[in-house]
Design a protein around this ligand. Structure first.
Ligand SMILES: Nc1ncnc2c1ncn2[C@@H]1O[C@H](COP(=O)(O)OP(=O)(O)OP(=O)(O)O)[C@@H](O)[C@H]1O
Length: 245
């Protein structure tokens, strides 16, 4: 173990996420390849954290483990004090639904339903009345400046508008943890900064955290904290990028 506090200290007022000694192996043919090596990390609430690193360094694997969608081979993850991989499967699904919002590289919108309905999906999955869920989703679309697109199907929207619907869907249930994989990769510089600003405005609060995987050096100045991952190990942890990147 590193100098991180023990997991028992990662309770109510502790870090948003406490990662301890995480390793992950993948099997490829006859070989087992270790892609994460003993990661120890605390993410504080109220912070916008970037995870940066070359292709294949393990970023997507690490955030998938941090948000409860990929089991680690070794180690523990506490999200707001809950040891997520200790939960029975159904509880883990419920925990994710209530506490975590994801924005993936692909927007994964449902083609046959309109923007407001797409954005309402997490609330409907939690059992909220459809009309109320739709109203809340429409409010979130408004905050993201696409309230006037609420009744359109995904294929009637531009790429940037579809992305905002995906962001609305990730934020609509006000999750305490929001995790995004390359949210600005397909955007021009101005739209990329706007998306980061929106995430800060809408998703971040004293008791909430946002973690973003990005290669995009145009937005590096917007992070509170930057972690660099190289070959499955964290090699830099600071408020700025290291000089040699
Ligand atoms: N399901 C899998 N089976 C086998 N190997 C995998 C699997 N998922 C990821 N890997 C391997 O794990 C390593 C890390 O992959 P990961 O997707 O986490 O990297 P990344 O830093 O997110 O890359 P990128 O920036 O290209 O998205 C890579 O070598 C990849 O080939």
């Amino acid at each position: 173990m590193s100098g991180q506090p023990s997991l028992d200290q990662a309770g109510g007022n502790g870090p948003a996420i406490a990662v301890r000694d995480i390793a992950r192996d993948f099997v490829a043919g006859q070989q087992t390849i270790r892609v994460l090596h003993g990661i120890d990390l605390d993410v504080e609430p109220g912070n916008l954290t970037y995870l940066v690193g070359e292709s294949g360094s393990g970023k997507t694997t690490l955030i998938s483990i941090m948000c409860g969608i990929l089991f680690p081979t070794e180690g523990q993850v506490k999200v707001f004090g809950t040891d997520i991989y200790d939960l029975p499967d159904r509880e883990l699904v419920r925990f994710r639904l209530q506490n975590i919002g994801f924005i993936f590289q692909q927007y994964n919108l449902i083609p046959a339903i309109d923007a407001a309905h797409n954005a309402a999906v997490p609330l409907i999955a939690q059992g909220m009345d459809r009309k109320e869920a739709r109203d809340r989703a429409a409010e979130m679309l408004d905050k993201l400046n696409i309230g006037d697109q609420a009744n359109k199907l995904p294929n009637q929207l531009s790429g940037g508008q579809q992305q905002r619907v995906a962001i609305a869907r990730a934020l609509v249930h006000e999750p305490r943890l929001v995790v995004c994989d390359e949210p600005t990769a397909a955007l021009d510089a101005k739209s990329g900064r706007r998306v980061m600003d929106l995430l800060r405005e809408v998703a971040l609060a004293e008791d909430r955290s946002v973690i973003i995987v990005t290669h995009d050096n145009r937005v590096f100045d917007l992070a509170d904290r930057i972690l660099v991952l190289e070959d499955g190990r964290i090699t830099h942890d600071g408020t700025k990028m290291p000089k040699d990147h």
